[in-house]
Design a protein around this ligand. Structure first.
Ligand SMILES: [Zn+2]
Length: 726
């Protein structure tokens, strides 16, 4: 007699196997004389099968027989345990096979989701990476966190970001302290790098450091004030060119050496007394700075540093330095951005340029960097970058006007470093986000049966659980050895590392943040209108106030930088909505699109002017201190109206918006290079090879029709233009 197993294989019938299974069930029940009972039942079953002349029996049928036998023997409790045992085995089998299916889909790239627009899921390394992520996520869920955390994630209540990086204990992102690294040099696994002595070398090292750092973490890297950072290196270059000029153009000497030139303004009288040499050195330095910026752009768009051919998520903040040298750097960065890359002058995807708007510096015609602000607007009109960050933002109060490291800066996506409770204050450099979670509010609204008070209670409970999830992960990350990220800890790219205290000494300056998804849909569920109406706004403020109060309280209580985060949700907007529909179905104005609205944004399909959108969102941005972005959609024709863009940016800044971006359609013909909005066919040459560039979280991405996930594609297609800007 044979037994057919689940995989179809036949196996000799073995009475002892039945005996073992019954024993296992009996063991957990309170029964005396277990062995005897088990043996009796097993023998009975064997007898029956022989009597019936059974030749082959299915394993499931055999187990059914055991169950029935236990029941008829009056052992109902044991039978129940046996059923439970079968069920558990079934579940384990199922999860194992599900895991293998997921892995093979990723390895064969048959399930390309484009969760991250920067990653090529079809490439060799992308397939390997994606398969690996499936395993790492599964491992993290079942081995690295509490049941509370796991359930919140699986139940679509609180989402754990970058779950695949959880188990190894990586952190998210970092603003790199370039001033120090470029001054002292740095070490890598293979060599020591000396401090650069020219603007060209310095800019290339910026790209290299960004690449190295991005291997130590899962998120983005930024430079917080690159124009200021480059000042000494522009001076080195100027000195070099000046000395050459003294050799060939005008005879003379300088009473300081190259090292000392670091602290000598290029407008110093000792230079200016040789006017011809001065002009020569100035021109050469300006050219070198431009080439340096161009080289850096090339590097940041080609150094694929992570598997899946990813580029580092790089962001560069600039625009406030009024020194001649810093202005030269900002001008070069903007000119390279405007010029575009490659033979077709394509819009660079990285770095994300961020212009730092600052009162008295670059906002008005009589201010020293106003010309650079205008140049920035021109670049935005053609290239979508730069975005605009508000140095005067009320939540960045207490910054030091003499220290650009404390000026408000941001990661391209929106993550930013608020006030550090552990001693670094408003300093941005050497700090970053350690980890985020996101509360999926529409799920909570359903659980609260659309009752506002119940919802607020539940939200409060979930904010507390989110805090516990962040603490769990923070401690997990802090328990990793420094040797896992040698570049970071040997060079102190994350500030504050004290070897005797472990890496917690550095991580504690970073932020741990509670994000949110779908405020608009949540309000629809609770009161049938969103925050574009006064009643909706009133409730929105109550919700955001709760987030803020709790984060402030946790920050004091745990001495860690808890913060309110308006989550980008590039992939989550889509997956969370799908999970929601599985459970609650399609609900009008809530889940009838392929996505949930990002954080507290106004839904993309609401018709309004850009000023109205700013008016609404600016009422909520003040509740966040860990990052938020507001963007508006314009017609491609607005690129010819720089004054209108200027009015818009100024309006946003005056309304205390911390981080602002303007979306102007950017379709580039890959045959002739023509750029405008034209979707399918190039109006110039008729080509259908079009790159359609759109903003996804704050960053740009390549062709959105192929690089975005389904939810984001629909969201992008549904974006209404916020016109009437004139
Ligand atoms: Zn064309």
């Amino acid at each position: 007699m044979k037994v057919r197993k689940r995989d179809g294989k036949l196996q000799q019938f073995n009475c002892e196997k039945i005996y073992d299974a019954i024993c296992a069930a009996l063991n957990s029940a309170n029964v005396t004389d277990k062995n005897h009972i088990a043996w009796e039942i097993a023998s009975d079953i064997k007898q029956e099968l022989i009597l019936n002349k059974t030749k082959i029996i299915e394993i499931e049928t055999l187990q059914d027989l055991v169950e029935a036998k236990l029941m008829t023997s009056g052992l109902t409790d044991v039978a129940r345990r046996y059923i439970r045992y079968r069920y558990d085995r079934e579940r384990i089998r199922h999860s194992k096979s599900k895991l293998m299916i997921d892995i093979s889909e990723k390895l064969n790239a048959t399930n390309v989701e484009n969760q991250n627009a920067n990653l090529d899921e079809k490439s060799f390394s992308g397939r390997m990476n994606e398969a690996n992520r499936v395993v790492m996520k599964d491992y993290a869920l079942y081995n690295c966190m509490s049941e509370m955390a796991r359930n919140n994630h699986l139940n679509n209540e609180i989402y754990i970001h970058d779950l695949d990086s959880y188990a190894v204990g990586m952190h998210n992102c970092l603003s790199i302290p370039f001033d120090r690294l470029l001054k002292t040099g740095f070490t890598t696994r293979q060599c020591d790098v000396r401090p650069p002595k020219s603007v060209n070398t310095a800019m290339q090292l910026v790209a290299v450091i960004m690449q190295l750092q991005s291997l130590q973490q899962f998120g983005g890297v930024s430079a917080t004030h690159l124009d200021w950072t480059m000042v000494p290196f522009v001076r080195y270059s100027f000195y070099k060119h000046f000395v050459n000029g003294l050799k060939y153009i005008e005879e003379g000497t300088l009473d300081f050496n190259k090292e000392e030139a670091r602290d000598v303004s290029i407008n110093d009288e000792r230079y200016k007394k040789y006017p011809k040499v001065y002009r020569y050195a100035y021109d050469m330095t300006e050219k070198e700075t431009y080439q340096a910026a161009e080289g850096m752009y090339h590097n940041l768009n080609t150094l694929q540093s992570r598997s899946g051919q990813q580029l580092p998520f790089s962001s560069i903040n600039y625009g406030t330095c009024t020194l001649e040298e810093g202005r030269m750097v900002t001008k070069a960065l903007l000119e390279v951005s405007i010029e575009g890359l490659g033979s077709l002058r394509k819009t660079p995807i990285f770095p994300c340029g961020i212009f730092q708007c600052m009162k008295g510096v670059n906002r008005k015609p009589d201010e020293p960097n106003y010309d650079l602000f205008k140049l920035a607007l021109k670049s935005t009109s053609l290239r979508l970058y730069p975005n605009y960050v508000n140095v005067d933002w009320s939540n960045n109060a207490g910054y030091d006007i003499n220290d650009p490291k404390t000026y408000l800066s941001t990661m391209g996506c929106r993550t930013s470093n608020g006030f550090d409770i552990n001693g670094l204050g408003q300093t941005k450099d050497g700090r970053g986000n350690i980890c985020p979670v996101t509360i999926i509010m529409p799920t909570l609204a359903m659980q609260a049966k659309k009752d506002v008070e119940k919802f607020m209670e539940l939200l409060d409970k979930k904010i507390h659980e989110a805090k516990d999830m962040l603490l769990e992960r923070f401690e997990w990350i802090a328990s990793q050895p420094a040797s896992s990220a040698n570049f970071m800890y040997q060079n102190n790219t994350m500030e504050g590392y004290i070897p005797e205290e472990g890496i917690r000494s550095a991580l504690k300056h970073g932020t741990i943040v509670i994000g949110q998804l779908g405020l608009a849909e949540t309000l629809q569920l609770l009161i049938g209108k969103d925050h574009t109406e006064p009643e909706g706004m009133e409730l929105a403020k109550r919700i955001e106030q709760l987030f803020k109060d709790r984060c402030d309280q946790f920050k004091q209580q745990y001495k860690l930088n808890f913060g309110v985060y308006y989550t980008p949700a590039e992939n989550l907007c889509y997956t969370a909505r799908n999970k929601f529909v599985e459970k609650y179905g399609v609900i009008k104005n809530v889940s009838d699109k392929e996505f949930f609205t990002n954080s507290m944004h106004v839904p993309v399909y609401k018709e309004m002017t850009p000023f109205e959108k700013i008016d609404i969102e600016s009422q909520l941005t003040g509740y966040s201190n860990a990052g938020c972005i507001t963007y508006v959609e314009l017609e491609s024709t607005s690129k010819h109206n720089i004054e209108a863009l200027e009015a818009l940016v100024n309006y946003a800044m005056d309304k205390d918006i911390p981080y602002f971006a303007i979306n102007i359609p950017n379709d580039t013909c890959l045959e002739c290079g023509f750029t405008d909005e034209f979707n399918d066919n190039c109006p110039m040459c008729g080509s259908q090879e079009i790159q359609q560039l759109r903003r996804v979280t704050g960053y740009l991405t390549g062709n959105y029709k192929t690089a975005f996930n389904k939810g984001k594609i629909e969201e992008t297609d549904m974006r209404v233009k916020h016109n009437k800007i004139y």
